[in-house]
Design a binder for this molecule. Structure first.
Ligand code: GLU
Length: 544
């Protein structure tokens, strides 16, 4: 067979491979600097798994003074969604992932273009070269034929795929090939695999450690009938010419590793190091399963932005899952920039990481409690501008008032730092009673008649000017006058002597003013609301 002639026939306008090595030269980086990448497909769905891998890649690149780039793997047009690249970039920016190079960042860079669809020439050159060297061939099998083959292999209990004796088009004669081409039959280009599945290869995965893989013998498609390469082929070409040193990707790609090893070898490219990152799992009753797009809204990165998760909290949790020694470091260094943590590939988990939203919520509460009122305001405002209701947006018109509200939660007026803010969405809802007439979300435990007595008596004695102590003394007085124990210890000794205790009385006031049974210090809340508003709310509650 004249392979050169065949290559010319199949890809007449593909350029020669000479020159690409010079055009995309090895990078001039210091020893130990890692070149890592993120290579999402623009499907419009960017998920936690992408962030998980992104954080690892970002740390590895930047910690070593290397490079992190963004490559868009848009070879599958059917799955392409408009605006997906922007959404990837926005989501990752939110979590502090900064790319040095890549799609829509650095179009003139030596290693550009960054969209695979714009790299057709390079792929075609190398496919042509493989055909010319007799290491790739056209396959004319139709979908139906491939389907029938799969069925046959399943019945015969054989491994499915296009390989060995099943690879029909591998053995077509020169005449048959040209006859098919002349007849206009569509074809794909397949790798002519030389592997033997009896051979086992020892492979060092940077995350999984030493593993054994079976040599590939599948004649995988490298160029589809539309002239676009498959992931396998495109990633080999791109990671070589973008001079990636370390490929950290999801473990779902581990099964394809034998194909990639053969491709790098047949292309005569030096193999980058690989690390296959474990999947994020979820406890579902008794079993653990992968987070699923259909069942788990928390898989989508949009979820975290819509809910208003503080990005540092998500990052802290991801780092906790990524590096086994992070949690301990963070306990000792809670205020330090996360970049000061020494990230190590060899401390990455070998098997599934359990993702637990409750754990993230705990971390989020801790992180938000560290913010100053001003920082909290900025964080809440950013979320509200994008996702809040019109009413919520008005909370930000009087900044001084809002700062008082936020200081009450965390600052000087209450000794305990407020730790019940989990997300921006929930925090904005929690403070809504400062801005809108409260909807009662908790029920009174005291009966209507007694409630009215409490509220009316309180109104008579209430003076806005009273300090916290005087105020509380008056609440106790009201309690005592209405048959409640003013002192807790009296109540505990003889509960049967009382209708209840001062805490029950305070609860009635609290629900009347805020709609909630649990709030920060009530005297302070009344101070912020002001005399008129406080009275108005109590009067309203009396009429309820
Ligand atoms: N486009 C692939 C994906 O989105 C990238 C895998 C890789 O990182 O190599 O899963």
């Amino acid at each position: 067979m004249n392979y050169k002639k065949l290559a010319e026939k199949l890809l007449p306008d593909a350029p020669s491979i000479s020159g690409f090595e010079e055009k995309y030269p090895p990078r001039n980086l210091a020893k130990g600097a890692e070149v890592t990448r993120l290579a999402p497909s623009p499907t419009g769905f960017i998920h936690l798994g992408n962030l998980f891998v992104a954080i690892a890649n970002e740390r590895i690149a930047h910690q070593s003074d290397g490079v992190l780039f963004l490559r868009i793997e848009d070879t599958d047009l059917k799955r392409k969604v408009e605006g997906a690249v922007e959404s990837v970039k926005n989501s990752l920016r939110y979590f502090g992932i900064k790319f040095d190079e890549g799609a829509e960042i650095d179009g003139n860079n030596t290693y550009a273009p960054w969209y695979q669809r714009q790299r057709a020439d390079i792929y075609r050159a190398y496919v042509k070269d493989l055909i010319a060297r007799g290491r790739a061939y056209p396959c004319f099998c139709t979908e139906d034929e491939l389907c029938a083959l799969r069925e046959q292999q399943t019945t015969e209990k054989k491994i499915t795929g296009y390989y060995g004796g099943y690879a029909k088009c591998r053995n077509l004669s020169e005449e048959e090939i040209y006859r098919n081409i002349e007849a206009g039959k569509p074809y794909v280009i397949r790798l002519k695999s030389m592997g033997n599945p009896e051979h086992k290869i020892k492979f060092h995965d940077e995350i999984k450690g030493d593993i054994t893989v079976t040599e590939n013998d599948q004649d995988v498609v490298i160029l589809k009938s539309d002239g676009i390469p498959t992931y396998h082929f495109a990633h080999a070409i791109d990671d070589h010419f973008m001079r990636t040193t370390l490929v950290i990707r999801g473990e779902e790609w581990l099964a394809s590793l034998p194909i990639h090893l053969e491709l790098f070898s047949v292309l005569d490219f030096e193999l980058p190091r690989y690390g296959h990152n474990c999947s994020l799992m979820k406890q579902d009753g008794e079993t653990r399963r992968k987070l699923s797009k259909r069942k788990d809204p928390e898989l989508s990165l949009d979820f975290y932005r819509k809910e208003g998760y503080y990005s540092r909290a998500v990052k802290v949790y991801m780092l906790t899952l990524l590096n086994s020694n992070f949690e301990e470091w963070y306990l000792k260094n809670p205020e330090k920039p996360l970049e000061e943590f020494k990230f190590s590939v060899n401390k990455m988990g070998k098997s599934g990481a359990l993702f637990d939203l409750d754990k993230l919520n705990d971390i989020a509460k801790n992180e938000l409690a560290k913010l100053s009122a001003e920082e909290m305001l900025a964080f809440l405002e950013e979320w509200t501008n994008e996702y809040g209701t019109d009413a919520q947006k008005t909370y930000f018109t009087n900044k001084e008032y809002l700062l008082n509200v936020l200081n009450l939660s965390m600052g000087t007026t209450s000794k305990k730092r407020r730790k019940d803010f989990t997300t921006a969405k929930q925090a904005v809802e929690l403070i809504s009673y400062f801005f809108e007439t409260p909807q009662r979300s908790d029920e009174y435990r005291t009966d209507a008649e007694t409630r009215k007595q409490i509220l009316s008596a309180f109104l008579v004695s209430y003076r806005f000017e009273d300090d916290a102590q005087t105020w509380f003394a008056k609440v106790k007085e009201t309690a005592g006058a209405l048959g409640f124990a003013a002192e807790m210890k009296d109540y505990k000794q003889n509960p049967e002597h009382y209708k209840g205790n001062v805490a029950d009385v305070a609860e009635v006031l609290r629900i009347a003013v805020t709609g909630k049974a649990n709030t920060p210090d009530l005297w302070s809340i009344m101070q912020i609301l002001g005399d008129t508003e406080t009275r108005k709310r109590i009067e309203r509650a009396i009429k309820e």
